[in-house]
Design a protein around this ligand. Structure first.
Ligand SMILES: [Zn+2]
Length: 175
C-alpha cells in the first residue's frame, strides 16, 4: 500500500472515536484485502463497490465518505460526488493522478473540477534512483520501460510490471 492510502486511513480512523458517521470504500477491482491498514497498525474496514452510484443508497445521516483508489472508478459517475457534496457530505479521497502514460486519469480530471479544498501529494520511492520523489508510474516489460503502443489497450496478462518513478527517471512514452 502506498503513502496515499496511509494518509487516507490516518484521517478516517480517528473518526471511530467520535460521533461522526462515516464510511470507507474502495473499488472491487482492487485486489488487496478489504482491510486497509496504516503503517501504525491502525486499520479501517473498506466496503468494496463497483460503481460510485452505490454511494447514493447510503443513509441521509452519513457525514464523511472516504474513498481509496478513486482513479479506478468510471469518470461518468463522478457526478455522484458532486450531488452528495451538495447535500453536505464531506469526502476524503485517495488516488493516483497519472497513469503509466503520464496522462491524468479521466476520473481525476472530473474530481478536480469539483474544486477540492485540500490536495496532498504523497510521493513514493523511485525504484530506479531510490529517492522518495516518485509521482509517475513506469510500465515495464522485463526491466525495460514500455514506451510504444500505449495508445492501444494492452492486454494485461501479468507480464507487465508497474514501478514508481521520479520525474528524472520516468521515460515518457511516445504519444
Ligand atoms: Zn528516480
Amino acid at each position: 500500500m502506498g503513502g496515499k492510502s496511509f494518509e487516507l486511513v490516518g484521517r478516517i480512523s480517528p473518526l471511530e472515536h467520535t460521533d461522526t458517521t462515516f464510511a470507507l470504500f474502495q473499488p472491487t477491482t482492487n485486489t488487496r484485502d478489504a482491510q486497509i491498514e496504516s503503517r501504525t497498525g491502525i486499520s479501517a474496514s473498506a466496503t468494496k463497490i463497483t460503481s460510485l452510484r452505490e454511494l447514493l443508497d447510503l443513509g441521509e445521516d452519513i457525514e464523511i465518505i472516504g474513498i481509496d483508489e478513486f482513479h479506478m472508478f468510471a469518470p461518468g459517475d463522478v457526478y455522484v460526488i458532486r450531488e452528495l457534496m451538495k447535500r453536505g457530505v464531506k469526502f476524503i479521497i485517495s488516488a493516483l493522478d497519472l497513469d503509466y502514460r503520464g496522462e491524468m486519469f479521466p476520473s481525476i480530471c472530473e474530481l478536480l473540477r469539483l474544486s477540492p479544498t485540500e490536495l496532498v501529494y504523497k510521493k513514493a520511492a523511485c525504484t530506479r534512483c531510490r529517492h522518495f520523489t516518485a509521482g509517475h508510474t513506469q510500465m515495464l516489460l522485463g526491466d525495460q520501460p514500455v514506451t510504444t503502443g500505449l495508445s492501444q489497450v494492452l492486454v494485461d496478462d501479468g507480464s507487465y510490471v508497474y514501478a514508481p518513478r521520479c520525474l528524472a527517471c520516468f521515460v515518457w512514452p511516445d504519444r
